[in-house]
Design a protein around this ligand. Structure first.
Ligand code: NAP
Length: 277
């Protein structure tokens, strides 16, 4: 079993340096895959209302037999539930779907700027944290101006911003803002959804130099950037491979070479224009 190290979030919570993405993990196979990850040492699970798998995630937590307090369950508020009262109601539905009595990390999934309710949503999340429904509160796909506005308007800075991040899109500017504001970065699609990233010669060369797979080299790059990657895998062997990134280190030149693959987002998920309900 891999022992995944933690960092301390601004709210004092110990937060794993790597977690499991669960998009598309559904049904009995999904539960089994998530249980396998927990058995391999994963302690951070990433779900969302819109993945339609909160039930599977909660079931996996119970079935694993692992102490509930050791596991961090993330879920996310969908765009259709933005607004103060809507968010309070959405949290109740998520708790019921999860079958758990708290959400460990609660995120706004997308800001949906044309709807204009992310600030009201954030105010409700502050209330949910006060009530103990959400232990840590954060956001996903928020831009620098949005993060600064949240902080100015409420005085409460998200502890996490989960954003698209991989060697094709290293998010240098946004990560610098996170460092300034004390926000932990989480990387979604950390393997660039596998795409052609894992076949890039520079990735293969760095992997070979350390005797690891291309996937491990890329995930190690995230860890050294100071971002928590949440690779999704349905396969227990690949899950173990992905978590095995704490026993080697990339050099500064190797880090720079991987960041040098930058070329842009995978599919146009620009939070100023892309909206999800
Ligand atoms: P990803 O983790 O970059 O890539 C997943 C793909 O890589 C799957 O096809 C998986 O296949 C494959 N894979 C995993 N480990 C592998 C390995 N060791 N060797 C070869 N292939 C491997 O992509 P993602 O699922 O888009 O992103 C991860 C998570 O981020 C999601 O599951 C979700 O939780 C979250 N996310 C959040 C947002 C947001 O807006 N906040 C957006 C997108 C994603 P197998 O399953 O067959 O191993």
């Amino acid at each position: 079993m891999t022992n995944i190290p933690t960092v301390t979030l601004a709210d004092g919570v110990a937060f794993p340096e790597l977690g499991l993405g669960t998009y598309k993990l559904r049904g009995d196979d999904g539960v089994a895959a998530i249980v396998a990850a927990l058995e391999s040492g994963y302690r951070l699970l990433d779900s969302a209302v819109n993945y339609e798998n909160e039930g599977e995630v909660g079931e996996a937590v119970r079935r694993s037999g692992i102490d509930r307090d050791e596991i961090l369950v993330t879920t996310k508020i969908p765009g259709r539930d933005h607004g103060y009262d809507e968010t309070l109601a959405s949290a109740s539905r998520s708790l019921e779907a999860l079958g758990l009595d708290r959400i460990d990390l609660y995120l706004i999934h997308w800001p949906n700027p044309s709807v204009g309710k992310w600030l009201d949503t954030w105010r409700a999340m502050i209330e949910l944290q006060r009530r103990g429904v959400a232990r840590s509160i954060g956001v996903s796909n928020f831009t620098e101006p949005m993060l600064r506005r949240l902080a100015e308007a409420t005085g409460v800075v998200p502890v996490v911003n989960q954003v698209e991040l991989h060697p094709y899109y290293p998010q240098d500017e946004l990560r610098a803002v996170h460092a300034e504001l004390g926000i932990r970065t989480e990387s979604w699609s950390p393997l660039a959804r596998r795409s052609e990233l894992l076949a890039e010669p520079v990735v293969a060369d760095i992997a070979a130099a350390h005797g690891v797979t291309p996937t491990r080299a890329v995930l190690r790059w995230h860890v050294q950037l100071g971002s928590t990657p949440i690779p999704k895998s349905a396969d227990p062997d690949r899950q173990r491979e992905n978590a095995d990134v704490f026993g080697f280190a990339l050099t500064d030149d190797e880090m720079a070479a991987l960041s040098g693959l930058r070329r842009g987002r995978l599919w146009g998920g620009d939070p100023d224009t892309h909206e999800e309900m």
